[in-house]
Design a protein around this ligand. Sequence first.
Ligand code: SAM
Length: 285
Amino acid sequence: MARLFEGRHHAEIYAKYRPTYPIDVAAKVIDYAGKPSSTGLMVDIGCGNGQSTEIFAPYFDKIVAIDASASQIEEAKSSSSEGCANIEYLVASAEAIPVSDKSVDVICSGQAIHWVDWDNFWTECRRILKPNGSVVLFGYHMPHVVPEGITSTQQLEHLRSEARKCTIHLRSICQLHERLRHLDNRYIDLFELIPTQHKQRDDSLKIERRWTMQTFQKYLTTWSGYQRILAENKVQDGKKDVLREYLDNLKTIFHCQDKSDDSINLLVTWDIFMLFAKHPQSVSP
Ligand SMILES: C[S@@+](CC[C@H](N)C(=O)[O-])C[C@H]1O[C@@H](n2cnc3c(N)ncnc32)[C@H](O)[C@@H]1O
């Protein structure tokens, strides 16, 4: 199993600065899976601090949210919102899910399934899903960032594409884990590997945040690749922090070099991709 997100500090900044999902994500899941019965059970795999869990709380009688990282689960329990008393957070792995056979209506996983052992996960899906149960795997791609308030579409597209090049460069410097290639290709490869023909995908939703450059910088520190090079003390690429260099490049592109990070307003968006599948039991891989 890939051992990331284990540190207390990483769990804390993850809770503070990673975006949550729009409630439309939960609505799409319920549309696909059907409204669960009054005893509906959902399992969230790799729940982190509960970012991917809480939007489902109104729809299910009970949610078991698991994560392999004890720090993430501790953070999830301590930051749990009102109205989410039906969520039970447990330290457990996707390859040994602590619920009984044929008990689960929906298995979801947000931004996490690329970390797990794929075959063992699906063995567990076959075991725990009710016969008509569903699996929904979703994630988001690296951010698009533009200054707020640009009205010209042409200018916006130009800035977006120039900033994109810098973001791709930052990712390459951060030596991100090879499993993140699944996110880079929007789970297109994983979709093919889902062991049933009864599957579909949806790429219509987005996460949107209006952030200052200062807040955007905090979000970037939650990247596992940045945390890894920080831990290995390699964050100084030559002489400048790689995030500082990236943000300064954005300032040049956005023509706001003389402004401080906290006075620059950005529109940050992430494309969400969602894979939906029915219980794989009846159809051979
Ligand atoms: C990027 S975070 C996603 C958190 C949250 N679901 C979200 O949407 O923001 C990935 C999480 O998957 C967890 N994880 C990685 N491998 C796992 C495994 N085999 N079983 C359970 N959780 C795992 C990590 O500990 C981490 O908290």
